[in-house]
Design a protein around this ligand. Structure first.
Ligand SMILES: O=P(O)(O)O[C@@H]1[C@@H](OP(=O)(O)O)[C@H](OP(=O)(O)O)[C@H](O)[C@H](OP(=O)(O)O)[C@H]1OP(=O)(O)O
Ligand SMILES: Nc1ncnc2c1ncn2[C@@H]1O[C@H](COP(=O)(O)OP(=O)(O)OP(=O)(O)O)[C@@H](O)[C@H]1O
Length: 404
């Protein structure tokens, strides 16, 4: 068995280390050098988002050293496989680090089918800070305001309502998935078979797949059923919705009011690059009584409280923009492989096919967990204002059925 050895020369400065303890064989020292800028992104996912969503959902990752020649050669090798519209942007060959993660789409040589979806906001906000001119936000969810109530002269761009996906009700979850799949192709729903992107529902399944001998439409209806069962069985979406809603407790209008205090904005911008500050904001959130999520702004006179609330607003923004990867493996639990480095959790599912029961194993993971800049708060508020005002002018005749 080979072992991965990471090359991190920037750590090899003895003054960055201090003594902790020792035994007969090992001596333990603690790293106290400068924060590795690139590492903030990786640690944010592991130390801030993982406690919210759960260890089985947020994949582990390692920071590895890379160099110019490797990145340049890699860029040339993969260029033909990249989408044409992305090719004008080269890989940044000056990057010193990359993140190594388990492959969430495919595991060893087993047949697999994965669905990547971007669920977006899962609740309808209730905050007292929502102003009268944006009152439509209380009856139509953010995604539907943005996509189903476009400015005059434009057509709706989606029929998907996230409230369905987050409802916990299998009938509504299936409706959410199928409406997403009926939308024009986008990164909001992507299918992978055996590690490669496939055109949704038009693709014949491989014969190694247990459904491969069925007609495509029957096979796909069973697959939708298995995906729905997995999402209904896994507590992930309900955790995601609860944390989105609580972290967004002041609504963007309230967060903007805090950001308009120049001292708070400056302190929050400084705090953004420090993992200690993120952890403080997370702990303040985890120990907060939910009845205080939408606390009166006038009661928040400490700069520290404002900084916590601003960073929490950024955490909510990460949670609204993440993607979910649902990977289905037909048959028994996939055997350990190279991925043994990274433990993961599978949900066993049974689906019915005529008189036969099919056994699947399913893994649900969250990806794209980047920290969102606190400096975007005015932009998010402005976007919300535009979306709410343009939808109000259209006087939509529908409202969204809350997810619970
Ligand atoms: O706020 P939204 O709803 O426009 O979300 C943006 C996403 O739009 P979407 O609603 O998924 O079509 C947008 O998605 P697309 O690139 O449009 O697929 C981005 O994810 C953007 O984040 P970032 O600029 O990559 O950090 C997202 O922006 P942030 O809200 O994270 O700033
Ligand atoms: N661990 C993983 N295993 C398999 N595929 C992955 C993994 N992580 C990311 N991907 C794939 O790579 C794509 C890009 O990754 P990611 O979403 O982190 O990039 P991004 O630049 O932050 O994207 P965006 O512009 O949507 O914010 C994902 O949409 C997913 O298809």
């Amino acid at each position: 068995m080979s072992m991965t050895v990471l090359n991190l020369p920037q750590l090899l400065n003895p003054t960055f280390w201090s003594y902790v303890s020792e035994g007969t064989a090992n001596l333990c020292v603690r790293y106290q050098g400068p924060e590795l800028a690139y590492d903030i992104q990786r640690r944010y996912a592991e130390e801030i988002i993982r406690p919210l969503l759960g260890p089985s959902v947020v994949p582990p990752s390692l920071l590895v050293r890379v160099h110019h020649d490797f990145l340049q050669e890699l860029g040339a090798i993969i260029l033909p496989q990249r989408p044409v519209h992305r090719r004008n942007q080269d890989i940044l060959t000056s990057q010193a680090h990359a993140t190594l993660m388990p492959d969430l789409i495919m595991l060893s040589a087993d047949p697999s089918l994965s669905l990547e979806i971007k669920p977006k906001w899962g609740f309808i906000p209730r905050s007292r800070n929502i102003t009268e001119d944006r009152i439509i936000k209380r009856s139509i969810c953010r995604h539907c305001l943005k996509t189903r109530c476009p400015p005059e002269g434009k057509s709706p761009t989606s029929s998907y309502c996230p409230m369905d996906l987050y409802s916990g009700d299998p009938v509504r979850i299936l409706r959410g998935l199928t409406s997403l799949s009926a939308d024009p192709p986008s990164n909001r729903l992507v299918f992978f078979r055996d590690g490669r992107v496939i055109a949704l529902c038009h693709s014949v399944l491989p014969s190694t797949f247990p459904l491969g001998k069925l007609t495509a439409s029957l096979a796909w209806s069973i697959i939708w059923d298995a995906m729905t069962t997995a999402l209904a069985a896994c507590p992930f979406l309900s955790h995601l919705k609860r944390h989105q809603e609580r972290l967004y407790g002041l609504s963007i209008e309230g967060a903007l009011a805090l950001y308009e205090d120049p001292a708070a904005a400056k302190a929050a911008k400084n705090a953004w690059g420090s993992m200690d500050a993120w952890k403080e904001a997370l702990n303040a959130y985890l120990s907060r009584d939910p009845s205080k999520d939408d606390e009166l702004l006038s009661k928040m006179d400490h700069i520290q409280t404002k900084v916590h609330r601003l960073l929490q607003q950024c955490m909510a923004a990460t949670l609204q923009d993440l993607s979910i990867m649902i990977t289905l493996h037909p048959g028994p639990l996939p055997s350990a492989s190279l991925q043994g480095l990274f433990p993961s959790t599978y949900i066993p599912i049974l689906t019915h096919l005529d008189t036969h029961e099919l056994e699947w194993h399913c893994r649900v993971s969250a990806i794209d967990l980047d920290p969102k800049p606190v400096t975007r708060i005015p932009h998010w508020d402005d976007l919300d204002r535009k979306i709410a005002l343009s939808a109000t002018v259209n006087s939509p005749t529908f409202s969204c059925t809350p997810s619970s």
